[in-house]
Design a binder for this molecule. Structure first.
Ligand code: PDD
Length: 291
């Protein structure tokens, strides 16, 4: 059986087997969800958009007032070493930094000198099977119960976890989060809508994670002359859409063809999403596989 996590993992400067990697139960990631993370896709053993992922990591660390424990080059060497040691060509690298473990439980920051906990590992990148891509997936809508700094990629993900679980229990792949009558994103993905041939993307605000895949899609739309509007998307507009997609580093671009039990558009993946998927593959293959 393929293991989900490759050995070695990285923990606080050491490379060691997962079974030997341990953190204190007083770790603030465990006690408070006080930490940040990144997920970086790797194609043909090359990390995709690593500079952008490390920039977002820095922005999130700044947002929670936690010093970055590693310089950009040090992060890159951790990532490359994990990639080298893993058995798969295509991988998903997970990075996490928490505010470390003090000798007591106190909401306020620990004293200077308590080191952060730094953890990273590689998993196989599991792409969506062609049969699933061909039909698209089902999603539900749920109220967005998260806090108001959804632009930060923090490990406190309880609202996202509950939303995704609700989707899974209804046989769906994703939950789309609605706040103030507008769709912001999915529980673990960004959302795009197509209406009358125009691609609609919610703007990057504090209420949405600035996806790395999202940025690639905006670039590809511009490069291929795909009409695009970056603006808030109302719930009624979402329900009247010709196409809805979810996007992320691990899902890439995946059509949502049923929303709350109702077909989206024709109920099949639409032409704009199909074109974008192909542009994404071409871009990825050119940049990543051919150097
Ligand atoms: N999630 N919005 C949310 C809430 C997310 O959790 C993610 C990614 C995205 C898409 O971002 P990107 O294109 O940079 O992957 C949007 C990752 C994959 C995860 O939590 O596993």
């Amino acid at each position: 059986m393929t293991p989900y996590v490759a050995d070695p993992v990285y923990l606080n400067g050491a490379y060691l087997p997962l079974t030997e990697a341990g953190v204190s139960p007083l770790d603030r990631g465990f006690l408070y969800g006080d930490g940040v993370y990144e997920v970086i896709p790797v194609y043909s053993r090359r990390p995709f958009r690593i500079d952008e992922h490390l920039k977002r990591l820095q922005a999130t660390l700044d947002g929670i007032r936690l010093a970055n424990p590693l310089a950009v080059d040090a992060w890159k060497s951790v990532v490359l070493r994990l990639i080298d040691a893993a058995p798969w060509e295509d991988q998903s690298i997970y990075l996490q930094v928490t505010r470390g473990a003090d000798d007591k439980r106190d909401h306020a920051f620990p004293p200077a000198g308590v080191p952060p906990t730094v953890f990273a590992f590689s998993s196989p990148l599991v792409t969506t099977p062609a049969a699933v891509r061909a039909t698209g997936v089902a999603a539900i809508t749920v109220p967005d119960l998260r806090w108001s700094r959804c632009d930060l990629k923090v490990v406190s993900l309880l609202a996202n976890v509950l939303a995704r679980q609700q989707a899974v229990e209804q046989g769906c792949a994703e939950a789309l989060l609605i706040r103030d009558g507008q769709v912001k994103e999915g529980a673990a993905s960004n959302v795009f809508v197509v209406r009358d041939g125009v691609l609609l993307a919610p703007p990057k605000t504090h209420l949405m994670l600035p996806g790395i895949t999202y940025d690639v899609i905006l670039e590809l739309a511009a490069a291929h002359g795909q009409p695009l509007e970056v603006r808030e998307i109302g719930e009624a507009e979402l329900r009247a859409a010709d196409e809805v997609w979810m996007t992320s580093s691990t899902k890439e671009i995946l059509a949502i063809t049923t929303l709350d039990g109702v077909p989206v558009g024709t109920g099949q993946p639409g032409p704009v999403g199909e074109a974008m998927w192909q542009w994404y593959q071409d871009f990825k293959n050119t940049v990543m596989r051919n150097g």
